[in-house]
Design a protein around this ligand. Structure first.
Ligand code: GCO
Length: 462
């Protein structure tokens, strides 16, 4: 791998921090939604808010070169008037400084889903006012941390946030409305462009990108009907984010289709101009699985409720009426959480993105969830090691075939609170004992990954 390849692990603020009502943090839409529905919540999560020094020490000892984490907006800005919370601002200075002192490159996500409730109250991402609020957040974080942080991403997985929150309705705000899905998708991509403009205007030394939940598209056969369905699926899963962020253009065939049925009059000419002029320096791809596609064969739209990857077994297939159907391959292997195990999809997916866009790529999430007994002395997560080995091998092969991949982040640094899946969906290299004050216990995969980082990938079994 190239020199300075960023070997790391990743987390998200709401999933790891806890300290939900400490240090002047105000509620996010997740706090409100989970508390109101009496669901398992992230009040404590992995207690990173209190134990971040220990976590960064483990990263250093584990050979990590970089740490990908997100900033909690509810810690930074307290209300609609834009009142800044100095304690929250200081908290991220502490994390960033701790990383830098330990030789770990911070890779910062500005928004990883924890929208302040006061912004949800005015319409959340379906409101243009939230785009302005996001610009204020971007200005704050660039001016506070811009001199220290080289790698920025505007959003984590807009597709997951928007489709789950506004179309499937299994995540807050729990809406099921296609018009609102389109508006929220558009405003997020507009906010992405606006933040890039702010960043560039400040002449900071780093790079800025966006993180996408990537579902490389595969077809069940080579027929024309399948190819058309694949194009529709690519628009649905990938292109509205990747084309817009990288080329500054929403896919025109998708816009045409949407325009026939929905009201796109909220889109202003200036918005399209802003998107065209402000594009990313690199792309972050989160990879869990591919999407296997066949032509639409009838029936109503069915969307799967599942929070990981894009190819789940056992649950109904995804049908998007008149667009495509997503199916699962009965011959594939699946994880305990029903995600297809398909490293070849990462190899081909990287090459597809490389050929289409030709810009630097960071694999910003990849990993496997398991139910694990962490009360044992030493967690032996052999399956995770095999999974990671094969996916890193896929990246090395893609690099050998010409792709420009510059970093790899395992999801996740330690076990986390996994949104509505709760705490037993464990992805971490470090186990968290929820019964014992969130005690940290490195799993076997942690020691294995240390060797990967230290050998710059040389010890991967090919
Ligand atoms: C899970 C998810 C993860 C994270 C992440 C996505 O099961 O916990 O699939 O990938 O939720 O927040 O960026």
């Amino acid at each position: 791998m190239r020199e300075n390849f960023l070997w790391g692990t990743a987390t998200a603020s709401y999933q790891c921090e806890g300290g939900w009502d400490e240090g002047g943090r105000v509620p996010s839409l997740w706090d409100t939604y989970l508390h109101n529905n009496q669901l398992e919540n992230g009040n404590v999560a992995s207690d990173h808010y209190h134990q971040y020094k220990e976590d960064i020490r483990l990263m250093k000892e584990g050979g990590h070169k970089s740490y990908r984490f997100s900033l909690a907006w509810p810690r930074l800005i307290k209300n609609l008037e834009g009142e800044i919370n100095p304690e929250g601002v200081q908290f991220y200075h502490n994390i960033i400084d701790e990383c830098l002192t330990n030789g770990i490159e911070p890779f910062v996500t500005i928004f990883h889903w924890d929208l302040p409730q006061y912004l949800e109250d005015i319409g959340g991402w379906t409101s243009r006012r939230v785009v302005t609020a996001y610009e204020e957040l971007a200005k704050l974080v660039f001016s506070e941390y811009g001199e220290k942080v080289t790698y920025w991403t505007t959003f984590n997985e807009p597709r997951y946030y928007v489709f789950s929150g506004y179309k499937i309705g299994n995540y807050p705000p729990g809406v099921n409305d296609t018009q609102k899905t389109i508006e929220a998708s558009f405003y997020m991509m507009l906010a992405n462009a606006k933040a890039i403009k702010i960043y560039k205007d400040m002449n900071l030394k780093g790079e800025i990108g966006i993180v996408h939940s990537y579902a490389p598209i595969f077809g069940v056969d080579d027929s024309l009907e399948t190819k058309i369905a694949m194009r529709n699926a690519d628009n649905y899963f990938n292109n509205w984010i990747l084309d817009t962020a990288i080329k500054g253009e929403l896919p025109i065939d998708m816009l045409t289709r949407l325009n026939d049925k929905y009201d796109l009059s909220f889109i202003q000419t200036q918005d399209l101009q802003d998107m065209k002029e402000n594009t990313v320096d690199f792309i972050g791809l989160n990879y869990y699985a591919r999407a296997l596609i066949r032509p639409y064969s009838g029936g109503e739209t069915v969307l799967r409720i599942n929070n990981s990857g894009s190819s789940a077994k056992g649950t109904s297939k995804v049908v998007v009426k008149n667009w495509f159907e997503q199916v699962w391959d009965p011959n594939s292997e699946f994880t305990e959480w029903d995600t297809e195990i398909f490293p070849q999809g990462l190899y081909e997916g990287i090459l597809m993105a490389h050929k289409k866009y030709g810009i630097p790529i960071y694999v910003t999430e990849n990993g496997v969830a398991d139910y694990e007994d962490v009360s044992v002395e030493q967690v032996n997560d052999e399956k995770r090691i095999a999974f990671l080995n094969d996916h890193i091998d896929a990246i090395i092969r893609a690099v050998e075939a010409g792709a420009d991949v510059r970093g790899y982040y395992i999801w996740s640094t330690m076990d986390l609170y996994s949104w509505k899946n709760g705490c037993e969906k464990r992805y971490g290299l470090v186990a968290i004992d929820w019964e014992d004050n969130c005690k940290r216990k490195p799993k076997n995969s942690y020691y294995w990954y240390k060797k990967v980082c230290e050998s710059n990938g040389e010890m991967i079994e090919r």
